[in-house]
Design a protein around this ligand. Sequence first.
Ligand SMILES: [Cu+2]
Length: 172
Amino acid sequence: MQVTNAKKWAVFVGIVGGLALGAVLFLGQWSYAPYHQPPPPPPPPSGQEQEEEVPEIVIRLGNFFFEGPEGRSDSAEEPKVVVKLKNGQRYKLVFENVSATPHQVISPLFAAPEEKIFSVEPNGRVEIEITPGFLTVEDGFPLQFDLSCHVGQGSAFDHFKQGMRALIEVIP
Ligand SMILES: [Cu+2]
């Protein structure tokens, strides 16, 4: 079968034309693409700025001790510092009872001069937020505050006497 020059020409034009059309569509798509991108998210409305993060500190209560980032305290006679707080810094203190008996949390730091007392049930947790602020500490002198549990006070099962006394130190 003989192929005429006209048919060859037609095939050639068809192929070249197809490639050219493809190139135009491709480049058009490419250059047009940026206009199809979603607009940037609007800035957050003023007044809804993210709140400053409050550092969280976990203090564990057990039979018969307090345990914080600075270590464990389990002696009424020789209590140890279990947590250090920076003066003027807001903190969230999380008290976790890791034992099977209820314990208390008492510290003059939380509501001096009236003691603030709250119970932490077995496997329970209580969160409080405080901002220690003492002029003495601001002047460079750390202050230490008792942290204790007095469940069974006066009885043979006195938690305090069994070791539930610790110290919180407020530092400059
Ligand atoms: Cu206790």
